[in-house]
Write a protein that binds this ligand. Structure first.
Ligand code: CA
Length: 514
């Protein structure tokens, strides 16, 4: 037998043996259940100390696993975040910079790699990458953003009309798939909710939840943004000015069934009549809009939490819980009235940080908390390592498995690069990139030629831009060097090179603003 034939025979036998091991009764590779919300702020999760709502089922994942307190996204908006998760690469490498781009489904993704290693892979719910999902044995996704009620969906290429509340439907579809899967092989299932994305339509069971309470206001609800830069002052995402009648449910959704519409009228009719009678103005109107917005947002989350409970119960009832990694996270953070805003996009904290909870029995200690800088960029590599699949060298994150095991690697990242591109675009947030470490955040609005620096220890609400404060000159210099280093390491294209910093203006002493 020639050497070449022998090698080929060995290779074929290896694959057969690996496949047999992978499909055998002694399969030990963990399942992965990835539960993903859209725009779910950490401020609205009990495990993160929410003062505005309760999320008992999501909290259970934290109680039985690890809570990451500083999970940062690379580009804080729906589609780009999903592309980063699929590829383990920044937007400038996966080609998906802003909503409306079309994801190149031919590129390498972590579901493809898991599938190639014998995992059953599926995605249900919001996909939002415009091209069809690839790398999945089964997919059943909303069309674009998708509605909260009665969503048409695309199931493996075929349009299907569905009646009901989308958050419930997505969970139904997830459970249906889990029940029919091949129980001898591990699975990776992505359950991706549309909720609690704008315009925050509650489900039938939560239309009246929070009716009798006042949601606490954040201390910066009436921030005038005077100590920030041009970008913050010219954005269009204020509760006072930007929310529409449709957002505020003064006009009902148009696609409800007669039964759904009747329930909607029972819930919103009296509320709207009270509003029309009171006719609030000025700050009172902002406060009314805040209450209306937040309550609907939290009602949507209540349904997500109910549906997390259904998934966890299924894992319990089937005995799958012990060998299934359960992840709960969101595609980015969100403003819940801080600085008078809703929405995301910014490198500022409420937008940059996203919740990340991971339950992995026998690996992640129950109730553990991790404060290291981690990212949605790390998820692909985490899932690959957990599954024993080699991690491609050109992925740009880092597996969280060591952190989940309780280790604290000395060379873990101490800084993080961010880049937002969608301008012109919805909400008029200017393009920016920046670097943050465990204390400082340097942001460059490069089309404006403006820089901002925040000291998160002294100014956790980012109310005071100290870029031009001479007392921070050394910090600016250090952060500038780190920004340049990260951009080089991450292979950011040169057309986004930072322009030279403007000479410090003579600052007004004590204000830190030029
Ligand atoms: Ca989102």
């Amino acid at each position: 037998m020639s050497l070449r034939v022998t090698r080929r025979l060995v290779a074929v036998l290896s694959v057969v043996l690996m496949t047999a091991a992978g499909r055998g009764a002694d399969e030990t590779r963990p399942n992965i259940l990835f539960i993903f919300a859209d725009d779910h702020a950490y401020q609205a999760i009990g495990a993160y100390g929410s003062v505005i709502n309760e999320t008992p089922s999501i909290d259970r994942i934290a109680r039985e696993g690890m809570r990451f307190d500083r999970c940062l996204v690379t580009n804080s908006i729906c589609g780009p975040s999903r592309a980063v998760i699929q590829t383990g690469m920044y937007s400038h490498r996966n080609g998906y910079f802003r909503n409306g781009n079309v994801f190149d489904g031919d590129q390498r993704t972590f579901p493809k790699l898991l599938r190639g290693a014998g995992y059953q892979t599926a995605v249900v719910g919001k996909w939002h990458l415009r091209s069809d999902p690839t790398g999945f044995d089964h997919w059943d996704v909303l069309i674009g953003q998708g509605p909260y009620y009665n969503p048409p969906m695309i199931a493996n290429g075929t349009r299907v009309e569905r009646v009901g509340y989308t958050t419930d439907i997505i969970t139904d579809l997830a459970l249906d798939w889990l029940k029919q899967r091949d129980a001898k092989r591990p699975f990776m299932l992505m359950v991706q909710h549309k909720a609690p994305h704008r315009n925050w339509q509650p489900g039938p069971e939560h239309l009246a939840t929070y009716d009798d309470v006042m949601i606490p206001e954040p201390p910066t609800l009436f921030d005038d943004l005077a100590t920030r830069g041009t970008a913050a002052r010219t954005a269009n995402m204020s509760i006072a000015e930007t929310l529409t009648r449709f957002d505020l449910k003064l006009d009902p959704p148009k696609n409800l069934t007669a039964t759904q519409r009747a329930a909607w009228e029972v819930a919103y009719g009296p509320k709207n009549a009270a509003f029309e009678a009171a006719k609030p103005t000025g700050d009172d109107l902002v406060r009314w809009k805040y209450q209306r917005y937040l309550k609907d947002y939290l009602r949507c989350i209540a349904s997500v939490d109910d549906n997390v409970a259904r998934l966890l119960a299924f894992l319990d009832d089937t005995g799958l819980a012990a060998n299934t990694i359960v992840v709960y996270c969101s595609d980015q953070g969100f403003y819940l009235g801080e600085h008078g805003w809703f929405d995301k996009r910014w490198m500022y904290e409420e937008s940059l940080r996203t919740p990340l909870l991971v339950r992995w029995p026998g690996v992640a200690a129950p109730g553990s908390v991790n404060g290291r800088i981690v990212s949605n960029l790390d998820l692909a590599e985490t899932f690959l390592e957990a599954a024993g699949v080699p991690v491609p060298e050109d992925m740009q994150g880092r597996s969280l498995v060591p952190l989940l095991r309780g280790a604290d690697p000395g060379d873990w990242r101490r800084s993080f690069y961010y880049h937002y591109y969608e301008f012109p675009g919805a909400h008029s947030v200017r393009r920016h990139y920046g670097v943050c470490d465990e204390r400082y955040k340097l942001i460059h609005f490069y089309n404006l030629g403006e820089w901002e620096l925040y000291d998160l220890h002294r100014d956790p609400h980012e109310l005071r831009n100290v870029y031009a404060d001479p007392a921070h000159a050394a910090v600016v210099e250090t952060m500038m060097i780190e920004l340049t280093r990260l951009r080089a390491t991450l292979d950011v294209p040169p057309d986004h090179q930072p322009s030279p910093p403007p000479p410090p203006a003579s600052p007004a002493p004590g204000t830190g603003t030029p």
